[in-house]
Write a protein that binds this ligand. Structure first.
Ligand SMILES: C[S@@+](CC[C@H](N)C(=O)[O-])C[C@H]1O[C@@H](n2cnc3c(N)ncnc32)[C@H](O)[C@@H]1O
Length: 233
């Protein structure tokens, strides 16, 4: 891995939820299944990207690798990147179990991953980009742009806030998730808002455009979750 300058943001330091905690990793899939249909999400992303068996896909912030597994069944090669070694261990276990040999796991992050494979057809990041403060999101987007083929696609799904009624939207969201997943999920979401770096959607619009992406589509749900499909210019 290239040596980073001393002023670079330390993306390996866990902020908010600790994804190096083995208990967190073990509980992750079950906890998220309470409020997400992850299989449907993954299928939708791959359909939207129009992948083929030749496609090269990079996933940044892969977590336990649900998307990477789905992608590996439909694509040529998948690079699953995460700053948490524990998460990557879970990905490797799943890949071994499913006998999927076209997944490369990489212990790195948005700011440190050096893509050595062929230029990617698509880059996906789901529920992970909020781990970087905004300046560093901008730096990371420029790096992502450099990993893609001309016309390559970027899919971002994350917690993002609409400016209008932000406080009311967040309160309602925490209540909804609390009703589904109890106090633990309520606390996790509160930690996210308090300590992680989810930003306004209009900031994300600007960051994407300045990193030389065109926004092909954007969807905001309940003012708290955003999905972008972008294309490298
Ligand atoms: C909430 S999980 C999301 C996992 C999965 N993508 C999903 O949709 O369920 C966030 C993941 O991002 C990883 N992460 C945090 N900071 C990161 C960074 N700077 N670069 C890459 N991954 C990062 C964490 O280790 C964790 O596995």
């Amino acid at each position: 891995m290239k040596k980073s300058p001393p002023w670079q943001y330390d993306e390996f330091r866990q902020v908010g939820v600790d994804y190096e905690d083995p208990l967190e990793v073990e509980a992750y899939d079950e906890r998220h299944a309470q409020f997400r249909d992850v299989d449907a999400e993954c299928a939708r992303i791959l359909d939207t990207l129009g992948v083929t068996t030749q496609s090269v896909v990079i996933e940044l912030g892969t977590g336990t690798g649900a998307f990477a597994m789905h992608a590996a069944r439909r694509c040529g090669h998948v690079y699953a990147v995460d700053v948490s070694d524990r998460m990557l261990e879970a990905v490797r276990n799943k890949a071994n179990k499913a006998v999927l040999q076209n997944i490369t796991t990489c212990h790195a992050g948005f700011l440190t991953y050096e893509h050595a494979g062929p230029f990617a057809d698509a880059l996906v990041t789901s529920m992970a980009f909020h781990h970087l403060p905004d300046f560093w999101k901008g730096m990371a987007l420029a790096r992502m742009n450099g990993m893609l083929k001309p016309g390559g696609l970027l899919y971002i799904h994350d917690v993002l806030f609409a400016q209008a009624d932000a406080e009311a939207n967040i309160t309602r969201w925490i209540d909804t998730l609390g009703d589904i997943g109890g106090q633990q999920l309520r606390d996790e979401v509160a930690t996210h808002i308090r300590e992680e770096f989810s930003t306004f959607d209009w900031i994300m619009d600007g960051l994407l455009e300045r990193a030389d992406f065109s926004i092909l589509s954007k969807d905001m749900v309940e003012g708290v979750v955003g999905t972008y499909l972008c294309q490298k210019n």
